[in-house]
Design a binder for this molecule. Sequence first.
Ligand code: GDP
Length: 193
Amino acid sequence: MFAGETQFLKGVVAMSGLPDADRPEVCFAGRSNVGKSTLINALTGRKAIARASNTPGRTQEINYFTLADRYLVDLPGYGYAKAPVDVVARWQALLKAYLQGRPTLRRAFVLIDARHGVKDVDEEILSLLDSAAVTFQAVLTKADKVKTADREKALDRTRAALSKHPAAFPELIVTSSETGHGIDVLRAVIASL
Ligand code: GDP
């Protein structure tokens, strides 16, 4: 359902630009530099479908991809310290409207750097997801950068942070786009939704 079937559809800057809600969709959110573009590329088996961001925080579009009979939605990265205040405000408003106004949204995947766990800027989006009642699942990225000995502790910390959120799906997905670890698990979850 993935390789060869993923096409870029459009970049959206306002709710009016969203495609018709005529099929299930999943979205991806995460801090700038968390590895979102790389993960989407690994997931779809394509080299450059989501442009890896050279300038974090620059892309403020919601990017729609078609993936077989559903949409894969790449939300703009958040938490870039140098992003201008008005850009951040616009992005928050669009994000809120999107999360509250998309009945076909089946699940949000929130990417969390396996080394850093859930940060304050992540908490903001997790709270938005709670209030919009959108089930979200955490996807840990860059797992190859965490020593095996530290992994369980890092996972426990992240689980504890997520357990405070009513909209959190209890299972984490641990991934590395570098080694390919967990990519098949994520694919299977998306296919099952
Ligand atoms: P985005 O801003 O969330 O789209 O992040 P990118 O996909 O552009 O990735 C940010 C940086 O992290 C890039 O230098 C990537 O090569 C690196 N990166 C992404 N995923 C992984 C991973 O799984 N392992 C390692 N070691 N590096 C990664």
